[in-house]
Design a protein around this ligand. Structure first.
Ligand SMILES: Nc1ncnc2c1ncn2[C@@H]1O[C@H](COP(=O)(O)OP(=O)(O)OP(=O)(O)O)[C@@H](O)[C@H]1O
Ligand SMILES: [Mg+2]
Length: 495
């Protein structure tokens, strides 16, 4: 259906694509893998007509394909779910779904038809929200599902998904896979980008590996293993998936939360985390983990509850209070909450530290350079604007910023979402290093193997309550998942 030959795309200071070849066939799921900054999203944008390549050729249905913009891509039948969400927050879910073609009756928008059509699409992706809900009220996973539903709303022949499952739980991802397989049956060509190699192994028929802007391998998936892919992506073997958390003697209680009530959730929640301890928060998307952490941090108001830091009662009504008290929060939505996109990397990294005084420029750069090196940031230098970094590299900047803030209690929400396998390991090591220094860590993650790898203890959230607390010695995926589903089941039901 589509061929790409020798594609080149340069940005100031970076060659994002440096000769990419690709062949896409109808009825086939083609995985695209590579480290953060390898060029995956740039390639997608070239296919979609968003970026004009500097060199190389593309054909679609055997004819030269030279889109002048995203509209040409759409007209050709190419639908894209981009890595960075692109919904209009003040419009409703239904309006976002059909923005390009609102159903009309006598010139005005036919609200009923709009709602019905939206409800059908939402049911298809398994998203249980009213079509009239403004998008800004949705959580990030729900927004992701709206994006996917929108891509399905257009009659597409080539569907490209850039890390669609980064925010989804395994159940939601499973539903997406079912949809993708059905589209494949209908002859649609699908490009699937993911850092979750087990998904790629499960789903894809072919795979292309990008490294430093080049397509270095393209092959059928039969017989390909995860270690094979990792080796091609990073150019070396990775010994193990997770660094081993050394058993620690937990210190004094750093953060104690009692009777916390958050709007929209049952609660009340009580938990604590000690110095040197890494406590994981497992649960389904929407189980209240993020909301609870935002309330602790003062980003959302708590309806009730008490917070103690090192045995002293503190009042946190604003993130400023939390930062002053020594609590940091790495948010799950880096784009809107964690970064100033139009400032350079160096300024972003030192942002959380600037409290009323200015760091000297040189100092700021040195700090940023050091953190960038530790996290293997791929950029044209610390003065590159964050907006133009790859998705995973943006995530590393957010992380660097909070690591640099020097808090005693660090809350991280989905810290490795969208991070490639090699850098994931570095981030896990950084987190464990902070725990070893006596910091207290709370880690929200939908990646259960990750939590089981790096945590001392896992709190399992289910429908706004803590359904259980599991110690490292008792970690068992099935047990944890059963707890996570427990709040949603009637008596006697099993997940
Ligand atoms: N608009 C832009 N201006 C300047 N540089 C850019 C721009 N877009 C991308 N880049 C650079 O191009 C390179 C490739 O980025 P790209 O987003 O394609 O990576 P990726 O493979 O999608 O990574 P990730 O897994 O982190 O999403 C990176 O070095 C990035 O900083
Ligand atoms: Mg990307």
């Amino acid at each position: 259906m589509m061929t790409v030959t020798g594609l080149v795309k340069r940005f100031p200071g970076v060659v994002a694509l440096d000769g990419v070849d690709l062949e896409l066939r109808g009825g086939e799921i083609h995985a695209l893998v590579g480290e953060n900054g390898a060029g995956k999203s740039t390639l997608v944008k070239a296919l979609a007509g968003v970026h004009a390549p500097d060199a190389g050729t593309m054909t679609f249905d055997g004819r030269p394909y030279t889109p002048a913009g995203a509209a040409d891509g759409l007209a050709a039948g190419i639908s894209v779910v981009h890595q960075e969400l692109a919904l209009l927050p003040y419009l409703t879910v239904a309006e976002n779904l059909f923005l390009r073609e609102l159903p009309r009756k006598a010139g005005v928008v036919d609200r009923r038809r709009l709602r019905e059509a939206a409800a059908r699409l939402l049911a298809e992706v398994g998203l249980d929200v009213a079509p009239d809900t403004p998008v800004e009220r949705l959580g990030i996973a729900q927004m992701q599902l709206v994006e996917i539903a929108r891509a399905l709303s257009a009659e597409c022949r080539l569907l490209i998904l850039d890390e669609p499952t980064a925010t989804l739980t395994s159940r939601e991802a499973g539903r997406l896979f079912t949809i993708l397989r059905a589209l494949r049956e209908r002859g649609v060509a699908i490009v699937y980008i993911s850092h979750h190699l087990e998904e790629v192994l499960e789903l894809a028929d072919r795979v292309t590996v990008l490294r430093n802007g080049r397509s270095i391998a393209s092959m059928p998936m039969t017989g390909v293993t995860a270690p094979d892919l990792v080796k091609l992506m990073v150019g070396r073997d990775l010994a193990q998936e997770f660094p081993v958390k050394p058993p620690t003697e937990p210190g004094e209680v750093a953060l104690a939360v009692s009777g916390l009530k958050v709007a929209g959730f049952e609660g009340p929640l009580s938990f604590e985390v000690r110095r040197g301890e890494v406590v994981g928060l497992a649960g389904l998307v929407g189980s209240g983990r993020t909301e609870a952490m935002r309330a602790v941090f003062g980003a959302d108001p708590a309806l009730a509850g008490q917070i103690e830091l090192f045995g002293r009662k503190v009042r946190i009504r604003h993130p400023k209070d939390a930062v002053r008290a020594g609590i940091s929060l790495l948010t799950e939505d880096r784009k809107s909450q964690g970064l100033v996109l139009d400032l350079p990397i160096s300024a972003n990294v030192t942002l959380a530290k600037l409290r009323g005084f200015l760091l000297r420029f040189g100092q700021e750069r040195a700090l940023a350079q050091d953190l960038g090196q530790r996290l293997h940031l791929r950029s044209a230098g610390v003065s590159q604007h964050v907006r133009t970094l790859s998705g995973g590299n943006q995530q590393k900047v957010v992380l660097a910023k909070w690591l640099n803030a020097g808090a005693d209690v660090l809350i991280v929400d989905e810290p490795t979402r969208g991070i490639d396998v090699g850098a994931k390991y570095e981030i896990h090591e950084l987190l464990l290093g902070l725990a070893a220094q006596g910091k207290a860590l709370l880690v929200v993650s939908s990646d259960l193997p990750e939590l089981m790898g790096i945590c001392d203890r896992i709190l399992v959230f289910s429908r706004g309550r803590i359904a259980g607390s599991v110690q490292r010695a008792d970690f068992d995926a099935e047990h944890i998942l059963t707890l996570a589903y427990s709040g949603y089941l009637k008596n006697g039901e099993t997940p």
